[in-house]
Write a protein that binds this ligand. Structure first.
Ligand SMILES: *Cc1c(COP(=O)(O)O)cnc(C)c1O
Length: 435
């Protein structure tokens, strides 16, 4: 399968190039050239298949031409070594719990898959080792670091702003050891990002080291997010109702993967993008105008995005047709007071604990489901990742899963650096091979 750039100013590339490069030469995002309908037989019997079997079928539609089947199967099985339960919250609303992976958020799926696929390609290319550079304001760093942990031939460097990420987040990428190093930068997130960008532009570094990024726009992170929409459908098929999928959205990778699943024949009638106060996409749905603006901080902070990068992919998927987009996608947006109110009432009434992102998803379904429809929302993170906020909202203490507690007990190890490119470059050049 070939991949084209959403900017259409460069020629198609192979899967390998798309994965290794991440971003197209014209700065566009890669999209699969062909999106094939999955066979009717697959949908007829899908309820008999496990999550891993469903994911393998979908992965084969994307990557089957480019990878041997047994390799692809082990990538899928290694990635999904945890379950994604669909939990009934009310009569007609289900929670797709995407938070049972190592860092308790949905990004584990894409990050783990990408790590395995990138590892495969660099071994195939006979490279000695590749350095993955990630700047993080919290969540991406943990998913990427844990996704790549122990993957042969890859060394991960996570740059994060000292004192500006939560302790839970910090523990998730500073305690791993192995092929993961955390760089504690004396600066803010933008400084971390600037260091990474400068590294990619530095000729000497690029001559001496193989550098790559694990950006969320990489197709190897983006496409696997389609897997779990098919899985949700399989678990809900019995309900025999019109299905609505609701996606708490920030950069819109998750929603776009769901829309791709629909193009592959997934019988989901309608998608809802749930936003917090950063509602650029919701405004687009209402007005037809896309006006990015700086993000504001909210309770659902992983959705604090003012110019969602995957908007370009949605336009590409719908051939720039606003009418076609609003036929398939609806929207909603909530402020912090509404998010908190939703967490509180769902806990009081249904004893189901939402995290601030999932709360947007639940509320959007509650307010928009029509008679005869059943909805599921993507529960994108475990509520314990936002322990203090959630405890304050419900006025009670919450259980912290053992996996999260283990991170909290780990020993933090970092390399402190100043926000100076010269220091960062020295560090990279001296970082000892691929230990
Ligand atoms: C990243 C993230 C989101 C937003 O997902 P996108 O694919 O960027 O729209 C939502 N919730 C949580 C918890 C996240 O970490």
């Amino acid at each position: 399968m070939n991949y084209y750039s959403t900017n259409c100013r460069t020629s198609d590339v192979t899967l390998e190039e798309a994965v290794v490069k991440g971003l197209a030469a014209d700065k566009g995002l890669f999209m699969p050239r062909a999106i094939s309908l999955l066979p009717a037989k697959f949908f007829r019997e899908i309820e008999k298949l496990s999550l891993q079997e469903i994911a393998f079928e979908v992965a084969t539609a994307f990557f089957g031409e480019d990878l041997p089947s047994d390799i692809l199967r082990s990538m899928v099985d290694d990635t999904l070594n945890f379950d994604i339960p669909l939990v009934k919250v009310t009569d007609r609303i289900y929670s797709l719990e995407l938070f049972h992976g190592p860092t308790l958020a949905f990004k584990d799926v894409g990050a783990r898959f990408m790590a395995r696929m990138l590892g495969y390609f660099i071994r195939k290319e006979g490279k000695q080792g590749v350095h993955v550079l990630v700047a993080t304001s919290g969540d991406t760093g943990s998913a990427v670091a844990n996704g790549f942990l122990g993957v042969e031939g890859i060394r991960v460097h996570v740059l994060y702003p000292k004192g500006k990420v939560s302790r839970i987040q910090e523990q998730q990428f500073t305690t791993l050891g192995g092929n993961v190093t955390a760089l504690e930068v004396d600066g803010c997130f933008d400084d971390c990002q600037a260091l990474v960008k400068s590294a990619f532009m530095d000729d000497e570094l690029n001559d001496r080291l193989d550098l790559t990024s694990a950006n969320s726009i990489n197709v190897a992170r983006f496409l696997p997010q389609a897997f779990y929409y098919f899985h949700a459908y399989a678990r809900l098929k019995e309900a025999d109702a019109r299905l609505v999928a609701c996606v708490p959205s920030g950069n819109f990778g998750n929603l776009t993967a769901g829309l791709l699943a629909k193009k592959m024949g997934l019988p989901v009638d309608k998608y809802i993008a749930a936003n917090n106060r950063n509602d650029v996409f919701y405004q687009y749905l209402k007005t037809g105008r896309y006006s990015p603006r700086p993000s504001v901080a909210t309770l659902a902070n992983a959705m604090d995005v003012g110019d969602p990068s995957n908007f370009a992919r949605i336009l590409a998927l719908y051939a720039n047709s606003y009418e076609a987009i609003v036929t398939d996608v609806g929207g909603a947006a909530y402020d912090d007071a509404q998010i908190a109110e939703e967490i509180r009432t769902v806990w009081d009434r249904h004893r189901y604990l939402l995290d601030p992102h999932g709360a947007c998803g639940f509320r959007a379904l509650r307010e928009s489901l029509m008679p005869g429809e059943v909805g599921f929302f993507l529960a994108t993170a475990h509520p314990a990742k936002f322990q203090e906020k959630v405890e304050r909202i419900i006025g009670d203490s919450i259980a912290v899963p053992p996996r999260l507690q283990r991170f909290m007990q780990g020993k933090k190890r970092t390399v402190p650096i100043r926000k100076s490119f010269a220091d960062f470059k020295d560090y990279l050049l001296n970082s000892s091979g691929l230990g």
